[in-house]
Design a protein around this ligand. Structure first.
Ligand SMILES: NC(=O)c1ccc[n+]([C@@H]2O[C@H](COP(=O)([O-])OP(=O)(O)OC[C@H]3O[C@@H](n4cnc5c(N)ncnc54)[C@H](OP(=O)(O)O)[C@@H]3O)[C@@H](O)[C@H]2O)c1
Length: 247
């Protein structure tokens, strides 16, 4: 039996467990299972290392950074981001950390731009929120050649505050919501950007995927902007995790 799973705390619902369990059935992948391992404390992680057949783990909140000391090495993007959401257990007992959110975002953005007939050239981005997901997004933007500015509720020298956007939003055509605002059940909430100034040149990418059309997307749509939710990123990051485990 080859085993995979998700560590985090708390683990109430899991996209990954459903996704992989359905994949095993759909693709006739025999003798595999994907389990949830609730770990309130990351110090308990080594207890899992001796689980027979364990080949890979996904890592979610609150352990994406805390897991780093338990790994033997990091892949380049995980090292640049400073967070890991995929662990591969190698045959020699070592453990490599990856960040598949990076790959999921980068690939989904590239596909979306192609579908819209747009290119990354000259595009400038606003990244709303400065949490863990935004780190994977900004490293992917840099590697794609897109310059960006963070937007935060806490203004610093290197970030815009939401109140600053009035003057600059016209120059930033790609706007990525990396905050949880608008997630079910708070579906009437949207990041505080000046929506009336959006145009049909703007691209609004929401990492939130539930609901499928967030208020952020809806308000952008009303101004003629193109919009995308986080579902494709989520699927692509899961596919990437699978590829990493099978390499
Ligand atoms: N689609 C995918 O594959 C995928 C992958 C990863 C994450 N996500 C989603 O991305 C979102 C962010 O994830 P995360 O782990 O980075 O979350 P997080 O660390 O909890 O929050 C991200 C940032 O959002 C801002 N924020 C939080 N509460 C806010 C509020 N009430 N009003 C305005 N801004 C607020 C904060 O930045 P400031 O304090 O600087 O304002 C915070 O650092 C979540 O909804 C998550 O589900 C999706």
């Amino acid at each position: 039996m080859t085993r995979y799973g998700l560590i985090g705390y708390p683990l109430t619902h899991s996209f990954s467990q459903r996704y992989f369990t359905e994949k095993f059935i759909r693709e006739n992948i025999a003798d595999c299972r994907y389990d949830l391992f609730e770990l309130p404390d990351i110090h308990e992680l080594p207890n899992l290392f001796n689980l027979p057949g364990l080949r890979g783990l996904n890592v979610t909140i609150p352990h994406k950074q805390a897991v780093l000391p338990y790994l033997t090495r990091l892949d380049t993007s995980a090292e640049k981001i400073g967070a890991v959401n995929v662990i591969k257990f190698e045959a020699d007992g070592s453990r490599t950390g990856y960040n598949s959110d990076y790959y999921g975002f980068r690939q989904s953005l590239a596909d979306w731009l192609v579908a819209l007939g747009r290119t990354a050239e000259g595009l400038q981005a606003l990244v709303l929120g400065t949490g863990g997901a935004s780190k994977a997004v900004t490293v992917a933007l840099t590697d794609t050649g897109i310059t960006y500015k963070y937007v935060s509720r806490t203004k610093t020298e290197s970030t815009f505050a939401y109140e600053d956007l009035q003057d600059v939003i016209i120059d930033y055509q790609l706007i990525i919501n990396c905050s949880p605002i608008g997630t079910y059940p708070h579906t009437d909430a949207a990041p505080a950007i000046p929506y009336p100034l959006l145009t049909d040149k703007h691209l609004l990418y929401d990492l939130v995927y539930n609901p499928a059309e967030t208020k952020f997307m809806q308000l952008g749509h009303e101004r003629g902007a193109s919009t995308q939710n986080g579902l494709r990123m989520l699927e692509l990051q899961a596919d990437k995790a699978w590829d990493i485990w099978q390499q």
